[in-house]
Design a protein around this ligand. Structure first.
Ligand code: 3H9
Length: 688
């Protein structure tokens, strides 16, 4: 017997302890071992009940996602589930930790289910671009009804033990050690206190109304995704006899498995986890007690909120008393919102420890200071110098979005303690945190940045020093591509619609209106002195700012945001004047052309960022765009998307575009190498 299961015979109970750390993914080895164990126990005349439970932190977290896209190996999970259901002896499953996807499907095929409080139960396959493929779409509606099954399967949401009990997915909720509970349940079953049944023997009650309602909703909200619609088709088949329904599920599962969206979504799943693998991970992080936040503007108050929500005591400092008051109110508003959304209890809110002061000296004794003051090098340097004297030995983090961290650190007596922690607005909501590592930053300071991100439930990505680090540097480049498209003939609303068509929630001009046009304006002024003469500089947004149109906050930008909505009619003459200044005759662009140029610009800069070592791996770049810039998850990130296009095609595209604007369109050296060697970014990710 394989050691991924621990087989025991305790009296007449056959216990199968699942032991495939860290999460008991149903890998080929685990499936094979469960099958062998069940068959051995079924054939053993001394055994009358079989129980499955998870050793370690979970029951089964699902199929082993790493096996998708590789040739399938028997026994498949669907076959294992059918074999469990057909077992001549009753099989119980004890669910703790996670019983997700294929894990829940295994449980549904057993004859009784015990859930331990705290377990996460669900069918999250849709979030990976697939459908439950081991009977989940057939057995769930037999237990819960069609409407509840559709909800679970099309949202992929996790539910707790009590909710699963209410839905009929599990038979009991009991507290205890999973192995003890397995033995106890076997005794109950023998005494007739725990009924058993085969889920597949039940019938699904037809519910065409629920199917039609969900299908219509999904056509409205997730038309561009492939698998949610297949989920509905599969559940619709659950009124058929089980073998027919399972065959339908299998065919739909296979369609999803073959779809590019599946590859993109699974890449995104691993991206979220891969970024934690940094060279400094071997170093012990420093302990962080109290955190100081300097600056009570939107960023500072958001950062303070995030730290408070994670349970850190916070000292917030702002030199102006009015601004401090506004920051405090913003924090109160944020915390109230967290209470309303059920993320924080009102009792817990009352215990949060926030000191707000206009006196920098109050930072005495903090372990980490996050400076979120005005984006100005001299201001940042002064703060670092001042703070270092007040709390020597503390980690000094700057929330700069663009500025040179090495230059800021050079001002410190202890540059090894200086790090960039680049939060994204709103800082208590957005999941990304760029951890910017300077030449002098100490490994344990980097490790502390990552440990902090984990406490804040954020996704930290390690970034090197350059203007804009990973995300803003790439964004500046593709944003220019959007401006060039506007200059050359496309309208802002056509560009936005095309980019939404690719899967972004917003196009670049809608995004500018949301962020405030003054933000980009200030950044462009910062770069005026170093902007190359050959750059085609598009001044349309500058003209809007000069007219006082800053986007949503003033009710007018590229769009109208007041009583009237839609494109701002006053910008057409501005665009025309800009075209005249550049001597451009506008020409039409198709939506495909817009997306191709925008994405090629994004990929080009993303490739350079990786090639220069600013990002550790291509997948780190993907994570930044996915979790900080709204990159559509089903495309997996710019460099995953680049692989679907191929380096040779990208080089060819850039060379064509370069005939119009050789300054902007330059082939990144890495893409040329990859085209010649026929390699992919996925190969580079594997090399680590
Ligand atoms: C499915 O079941 C299809 C079937 O319907 C049909 C089949 C025919 N596979 O997240 P963590 C790794 S689809 C492989 O950091 P946590 C993860 O990459 C599946 N690996 O821990 C990480 O590795 P590393 C449906 C997996 O405590 C390590 O385990 N199931 C899998 O924060 C720890 O993970 C799902 O979608 C897997 N299934 O969260 C559930 N799961 O250390 C996916 C995890 O090298 N998993 N790993 O970075 C989760 O949602 C979370 O991992 C879980 C634990 C909540 C379980």
């Amino acid at each position: 017997m394989n050691d991924v299961v621990h087989l025991e015979r305790v009296g007449a109970t056959g216990l199968i302890g699942l032991n495939n750390p860290p999460v008991n993914a149903a890998s080929h080895a685990l499936r094979q071992a469960i099958l062998e164990a069940v068959e051995a126990l079924e054939a053993d005349p001394k055994i009358d009940v079989i129980a499955l439970y998870g050793k370690g932190r979970s029951f089964i977290a699902g199929a082993d996602i790493r096996e998708f896209g590789k040739p399938p190996k028997d026994p498949w999970l669907p076959a294992l589930c059918n074999r469990l259901e057909a077992c001549a002896k009753p099989v119980i499953s004890v669910l703790h930790g996670a019983a997700l996807g294929g894990g829940l499907e295994v449980a549904l095929a057993t004859h009784a289910r015990i859930a331990v409080p705290g377990v996460a139960i669900g069918l999250p396959e849709v979030t990976l671009g697939i459908i439950p493929g081991a009977g989940g779409t057939q057995r769930t509606p037999r237990l819960t009804g069609v409407a509840a099954a559709l909800d679970l399967i099309t949202t992929g949401r996790h539910i707790d033990a009590e909710q699963a009990l209410a839905l009929g997915l599990v038979d009991r909720v009991v507290t205890g050690d999973p192995r003890d509970l397995a033995l106890q349940a076997a005794g109950d079953m023998r005494r007739g206190d725990l009924p058993t049944r085969r889920t597949g023997d039940l019938d699904t009650k037809p519910d065409d109304a629920a199917l039609a309602k969900t299908a219509a909703e999904l056509r409205k909200t997730r038309a561009h995704l492939f698998s949610p619609h297949r989920c509905v088709e599969a559940v619709a088949a659950s009124t058929l006899p089980l073998p027919e329904g399972l065959a339908r599920e299998r065919a739909l599962f296979q369609d999803c498995l073959d779809s590019p969206q599946r590859a993109g979504l699974i890449h995104a799943f691993f991206a979220e986890r891969a970024v934690a693998k940094i060279p400094e991970a071997v170093t012990r992080p420093r302990d962080i007690g109290r955190i100081g936040v300097i600056g009570a503007g939107t960023m500072g108050s958001g950062i303070a909120t995030a730290c408070l929500l994670a349970g850190f005591p916070v000292t917030l400092v702002e030199k102006n008393a009015d601004a401090l008051g506004r920051g405090q109110s913003a924090i109160v508003g944020n915390l109230d919102g967290a209470v309303r959304r059920g993320k924080l209890t009102s009792e817990k809110r009352d215990t949060l420890d926030l000191i707000a002061s206009t006196d920098m000296a109050r930072l005495d004794g903090v372990d980490l200071v996050i400076e979120a003051a005005f984006e100005d090098m001299e201001v940042k340097k002064q703060i670092i110098e001042q703070v270092e004297k007040i709390c020597p030995g503390a980690i000094l983090a700057t929330n700069t979005s663009y500025l040179d961290l090495n230059d800021i650190a050079a001002t410190a007596a202890s540059p090894g303690d200086v790090i960039g922690l680049h939060f994204f607005s709103p800082a208590h909501v957005m999941r990304l945190l760029e951890v910017v590592v300077g030449d002098a930053t100490r490994p344990e300071v980097v490790a502390t940045g990552f440990a902090l991100a984990k406490r804040l439930r954020k996704i930290a990505v390690r970034a090197g020093v350059c203007d804009g680090f990973i995300g803003n540097r790439i964004m500046n480049h593709y944003r220019k591509a959007a401006d060039h498209l506007m200059l050359d003939g496309a309208s802002p609303e056509q560009i936005d619609a095309a980019i939404r068509g690719f899967g972004f929630a917003m196009g670049p001009f809608e995004m500018s209106d949301l962020a405030g046009l003054d933000i980009g304006h200030a950044n462009r002024r910062r770069l005026d002195a170093t902007r190359p003469e050959a750059e085609r500089y598009v001044a349309v947004a500058d003209r809007l700012v000069e007219a006082g149109w800053l986007g949503r906050k003033t009710g007018k930008g590229f769009y109208l945001h007041g009583a009237d909505t839609g494109p701002n009619p006053d910008i057409a003459p501005i665009i025309e004047a800009e075209r005249a200044r550049h001597g451009v005759s506008p020409r039409p662009f198709t939506d495909e052309d817009i997306v191709a140029r925008y994405m090629t610009a994004m990929i080009s800069e993303a490739a350079r960022v990786y090639d220069e070592g600013i990002a550790l791996r291509p997948i780190d770049v993907d994570a930044v765009l996915l979790f900080g810039y709204g990159f559509p998850r089903h495309h997996g990130g710019p460099l995953h998307h680049a692989d679907t296009l191929g380096a040779a095609r990208l080089v060819e595209r850039i060379e064509t575009y370069a005939t119009e604007d050789a300054h902007f369109w330059q082939v990144p050296a890495i893409l040329r190498r990859m085209a010649a060697e026929e390699t992919t970014f996925a190969d580079l990710n594997r090399e680590g």
